[in-house]
Design a protein around this ligand. Structure first.
Ligand code: ADP
Length: 244
């Protein structure tokens, strides 16, 4: 499934232009099987755009995105089978309940019977959704909506997860729970998660991919971002200081 290099998530020269404006420009990186990589950058750097390109939700102006070795523009269905995506502002159907939307999405992904029931039970437990299982999403807090988004990303037990700001808008308890969930998933999955919270990186990631103004500015380990005694925040500011 993956190519010989074991790359599970690959950006190969990805650019996205809005008219003359480059939201991302020539972004290349790859995440090997089993790694948890942080995708960092200030607001507006191009993180969500890159994630939409990687998941096939948006077509690139230039470049190729591969998931598990499958080109997401030509092999979209195969890529989608092994990919879970938490979008920036989950396209959640507000009038539906978590139970309804997850059953609907499970059926849309070809799941049924005992297998679907088992997976619904798993995500309801893992994402702490049982207390709101029958409540319309419109009535749920931001934290619970985010958990429904995580549940839909995990439902089909994908090997690869692309999570756009999984802890954004959560209170400290919810943030802790989501980080614990990601750590438990990290044992068996390949994960790319975007964040602008630097403590999050230390807590859950071994690899850092940093972009600024739509361009890659660092690809390395968490220690590379800390660079000796400077500290992560100082290095982040240094690399992204000239932000648009
Ligand atoms: P991030 O996720 O890092 O905050 P985004 O990927 O959302 O950044 O946005 C990158 C840049 O592209 C921003 O300057 C944003 O304003 C711009 N952008 C995003 N979507 C569009 C769009 N549909 N049309 C024009 N510009 C866009």
């Amino acid at each position: 499934m993956s190519d010989s290099s074991g790359a599970m998530i690959e950006a190969i020269g990805l650019s996205k232009f809005y008219g003359p404006f480059a939201a991302t420009q020539n972004i290349s990186f790859s995440v090997p099987r089993g790694q948890v990589a942080a995708f960092l950058g200030p607001n507006g750097a191009g993180k969500s755009t890159t994630m939409k390109l990687l998941t096939g939700f948006m077509a690139p102006s230039e470049g190729v995105a591969k998931i598990g070795g499958f080109d997401v523009s030509t092999d979209r269905i195969k890529a989608a089978e092994i990919l879970g995506y938490l979008p920036e502002n989950g396209p959640l159907y507000l009038e539906m309940t978590p139970s309804e939307i997850l059953k609907f999405l499970g059926a849309a992904r070809g799941m049924s019977g005992g297998h679907l029931t088992e997976r619904l039970e798993f995500v309801a437990t893992k994402c702490s959704l049982k207390g709101v299982w029958g409540k319309p999403i419109a009535k749920l807090s931001k934290g619970y909506r985010q958990r429904v988004g995580m549940a839909q990303a995990l439902l089909h037990d994908p090997q690869i997860l692309i999570l756009d700001e999984p802890t954004s808008g959560l209170d400290p308890n919810q943030t802790h729970d989501v980080r614990e969930l990601i750590l438990s998933l990290a044992k068996s999955k390949t994960i790319l998660l975007s964040t602008h919270i630097l403590q999050e990186v230390r807590a859950v990631c071994s690899r850092v991919i940093l972009i600024n103004d739509g361009r890659l500015v660092l690809d390395g380990t968490v220690d590379d971002l800390e660079q000796g005694t400077k500290g992560m925040e100082a290095r982040f500011r240094e690399l992204t200081g000239a932000s648009r």
